[in-house]
Structures are given as C-alpha cells and as structure tokens.
Design a protein around this ligand. Structure first.
Ligand code: SF4
Ligand code: SF4
Length: 518
C-alpha cells in the first residue's frame, strides 16, 4: 500500500476548467488525454469494437430474397425506392415504419438519459467513438500524453514531420473508409466498391465520400471535444430529461475534500483531510479537458474515464473506490448533508466514516430500485408501445395493394348503345419478390363489365392480370354499365374493385364511385 506522497502526481490543470472558462468563444487549447485503464475503459473498447464493426461490416452482409430482389441485408435502394432490412422490405408508402423506428430511438434515448445521464455521449455517439479511434492512432504514432505534449512543443524536425504525416495519413484513410462505408448502404456494396475504384461510380458517390471524409477527419481528428461543446445541441436538451435520480459521473467531495497532496502532514497538524490527493490523474485522462472536481459541467460526456483513473489511485492507497463515481444528485445531496452537518460547517470527511475508518453504511448509494420512477415508466411505456405497434403492423401488413383513381374529366361517357362508361386508373402493388397472377373484379355495381387498355381479354366483370415481382402495375380501366342497370340515374353509385391472389389468398378492396347522367 502506498503513502499519499508516493502517488504519482501530474503537473496539470484542466485546459477547459470551469473556474477559468470564458463565456464566449476562446481559441482552442489542445487536450492531450492520457491513456486510461479500468473497467469503464474496457467497456468503452468493447462498445467501440461493436459499433464500428456494425457500421463497417453491415453493408457486406448478404440476405437471399430470391432472384428478383437485391441480396444485400441492409439496403436503402433509392432507385427502386425500397428499404431492405434482412427479411423486411419497406415500400415508400410504408415509411411510417421508419418513422416508428425513429420514435423508438427517441424514446430509448430519453429512457437511457433519464437513468444513466449522457451514456449515449460517453459510449456510443459517433463523435465519441471516432475521436476514441483517432486517439488510438495518435497514441500509437506519437506516444502517450507526455510524449505528445513534448512533440507538440518541439521544433519541426524530420522525426516530428514523419510522425505528423503518418498520423494524418492514417486518420485520412479511416475517414475515407468511413465515408465509403456510408454510401455502401445505398447500393450493392461489392459493385459500388468496384465502380468507385474503376471511376465508373456516379459523381454523387464520390461527392458523398469526399464530404464524409472531410467531416470525419475534421470532427474526429481536429475539432474533437469542440464538436460536443460548441456544435452539438444534445448537452443542452438532455438537461430536461435528467432528474435528481439520474446517474451522472460525480466527484464525491463529501469524502474527497479537503484535498491534500500531503495528507500525513495535514492530519498530523489536526486538519481534516479528504481522500483526494490532488494527483490530477482524473484531469489528465479526460478527453474533454475538464476537471470533474469542479462539479457537473455541460462539457462532461460521462465517459467515466476519470472514474477509472481515480479508482486506480484509490487502489494504490488502499482506500475504497468511488471517490469519483456514477451517483445521483439525490444521493450526493444526502451525503453532503451528512458530511457538513446539514450545511452547518465545511466538509468533515470523518463524518462519513465509521469507527474503523471505512466509509459509513449511512451514506446513500444507488440501487436498482431507484430505476423505477414515473419518468422511466413513461419513457419505457412509450418505447414499448411503439415497438408493439410496429411488430403488429409488420405481421399484419398487406402484401398485395390496390389504389384506384377515378377520371375527373369527363366523369362519364354515354356510349351509342346507351350504356354509361367511367374511366379509372388502377394501380396494383405486388409486394413479394415473386411473379403472381391475380384476378381483378367489379363488385356492387349491377351489370358492370370492364375493359382494360392494352390487355387482350374479353370484356367482363372479372379479368386476370400478371404482376411482376416486387413491382407496381398501372392499368387503364373502362367500366361500362347498361343504362337499365343504374338504380338511381344521376346519382353516384358505389363501385368496389376487388383484387385477389387465389394461391396466397392475399386480397384487397378499393371503394370508389360510378357516375351517370340523370
Ligand atoms: S470529467 Fe470524467 S466523465 Fe466527464 S468527460 Fe471528463 S473523463 Fe469523461
Ligand atoms: S479525484 Fe482522484 S484522481 Fe482526481 S485528483 Fe483526486 S485522487 Fe487524484
């Protein structure tokens, strides 16, 4: 077990400290985050691997939909106006499914934020993930924090130039791969990759890759924490979703203060001494350049790397972990009240410890029961409701659809034999990837027969039509009714178009009207 004086201390101040922060824009001070290690860092590595893996690999996954549909598992097919997601195919008129997914994502984000604060920002936001990835490259090429600070301040030399060129070249390669992966979601990935390299891809493909390369390189490599601090609206919005029971990364000053680098001396002098040895380990690992001991700050993305750093220090000192921890405001306030005698005096760390010197059982800590509160129930309820509706909609949606448009000019024509004729445009949608033959029939209009332009058939009340796989077919249909068939001349009569696939039993009806003169 180490003495406090043996703990490595860093000569560092938070470059973005709340104490010295300017209210308006100030030139960026570079942040050189030190490599952290610990349980949260390992979890972040895992999340990074999974999210990057999903992003880069998904366009290359195949899904067999038969010979008439693309075999890319996830594809936004702009040319055919379809969205494919494994076995699910979404047509443009079914865009409400995508809207539903966005609603679920929104409710999910609200739910996660109300429980664990800005976990999205700290672990899964693309900005966080790509900055983390770029930092891995930076450390591999230029070294950890001290080496990078030294290199940054050193005059230009062949070695420095080589390292800088290497770093930026790798960053650019990652940025190009990121932009490239994005466009693979919008076309057959292997074909588009070949076309990109042979110069045969559409100009918009190159343009999109160029834009995304630039944004990835600039946001992930050059701007980093500034994107979160100045550009992203989420830090401002999330405050509305947090309450006093939401978990956030917290410096527990009720046990950390008064901080001291010379705890033994201070204790010998009879001064109260907290657990914080003022080593700045939490400051140097922070990718946002802040000092969590200054309190909750908009800049904190709750990545929890300062927890890892401080836990490492506490381990070395043989003290309890959790000087910096995920904690709720309610627990923090209760513990502060304990340490300050309800605000009667300054923090006395001895008040949160028992007779054996361990952290007292009287302190408030988080437990799972605190998750169950009205706000989380509402968010979870909204999320689950939309999810159930989506699943129900997917399971019961029509695979054969029909739309009918009645000609408006003229509404009817009186033929030479006295019969009345109305024109319609009938659109049939075959939503399965197989060809099928369907019957279209006229219901509820006495004596009605139809004639389809361009189709070789006898005029009758039922016709047979072939539909191509996964396609819509438009028919120009003239419906004729003998004059004596009209029950109430001059009034619109009800007419039902009925389409049916006898092999699959899919069917659809469309109710319209049949006009006739008085
Ligand atoms: S203060 Fe801690 S949790 Fe917040 S951004 Fe910095 S390292 Fe991450
Ligand atoms: S909070 Fe922990 S890591 Fe930060 S300065 Fe104090 S002891 Fe060191």
């Amino acid at each position: 077990m180490l003495e406090t004086s043996e703990i490595e201390t860093f000569d560092a101040t938070a470059v973005n400290s709340a104490r010295t922060r300017q209210p308006l824009y100030a030139a960026r001070k570079k942040v050189f985050p030190k490599r952290a290690s610990g349980q949260f860092r390992r979890f972040k590595w895992l999340v990074m691997l999974v999210t990057l893996g999903i992003y880069y690999v998904t366009p290359w996954l195949r899904w067999d939909r038969g010979p008439h549909a693309p075999d890319q598992a996830v594809l936004v097919d702009l040319a055919s106006r379809r969205f494919y997601f494994f076995p699910i195919e979404i047509w443009p008129q079914e865009f409400y499914f995508v809207a539903g997914l966005l609603c679920m994502a929104g409710f999910g984000l609200f739910l996660v934020t109300s429980v664990v604060g800005r976990a999205w920002c700290g672990y899964t936001c693309p900005q966080t993930v790509w900055v983390d990835l770029f930092l891995v490259i930076e450390r591999a090429v230029e070294g950890d924090r001290n080496a990078r600070i030294k290199l940054d301040g050193a005059p230009w030399s062949a070695g420095k130039l080589f390292k800088r060129i290497t770093k930026h070249a790798i960053w650019l390669a990652i940025a190009v791969a990121t932009g490239g992966a994005w466009i693979f979601y919008f076309a057959d990935a292997p074909t588009l990759l070949r076309d990109l390299f042979t110069g045969q891809a559409a100009p918009v493909s190159y343009f999109t890759v160029a834009i995304l390369t630039a944004t990835t390189y600039v946001f992930g490599g050059l701007m980093r924490e500034q994107v979160c601090t100045y550009m992203c609206p989420w830090p401002r919005i999330q405050a509305a979703m947090l309450d006093e029971h939401s978990l956030t990364v917290t410096y527990n000053d009720w046990r950390g203060e008064p901080r001291s680098r010379h705890a033994k001396k201070a204790a010998a002098a009879g001064k109260p001494v907290g657990d914080c040895v003022d080593c700045n380990a939490c400051v140097v690992v922070c990718p946002m350049g802040i000092d969590i001991r200054d309190g909750q700050q908009l800049e904190c993305i709750t990545c929890a790397l300062c927890i890892d750093a401080c836990n490492g220090v506490m381990d070395k000192l043989g003290r309890e972990r959790g000087l910096i921890s995920y904690a709720t405001l309610a627990d923090y306030n209760a513990n502060m009240a304990l340490a300050t005698g309800d605000g009667a005096h300054d923090i006395r760390p001895s008040l949160v410890r028992d007779a054996s010197g361990r952290i007292s059982d009287a302190i408030s800590t988080f437990h799972l029961g605190k998750l169950f509160r009205p706000r989380t129930f509402i968010y979870f309820g909204g999320w689950a409701l939309v999810g159930v509706l989506l699943i129900y909609g997917l399971l019961t949606r029509d695979r054969l659809e029909m739309n009918v448009l009645h000609d408006r000019n003229p509404q009817y024509v009186v033929l030479s034999d006295g019969s009345i004729r109305n024109g319609y445009t009938v659109k049939l949608l075959n939503k399965i990837p197989e060809q099928r033959t369907v019957t279209v029939s006229l219901d509820e209009l006495p004596g009605a027969t139809m004639n389809v332009v361009g189709l070789d058939h006898e005029e009758s009340s039922t016709i047979t039509v072939t539909l191509e796989p996964d396609r819509a077919r438009s028919l120009k249909v003239y419906v004729r009714q003998p004059r004596e068939g009209a029950k109430s001349p001059g009034k619109a009569q009800r007419l039902v178009f009925h389409v049916e696939d006898k092999s699959s039993l899919d069917s659809a009806d469309y109710v319209t009207s049949f006009e006739s003169p008085e």
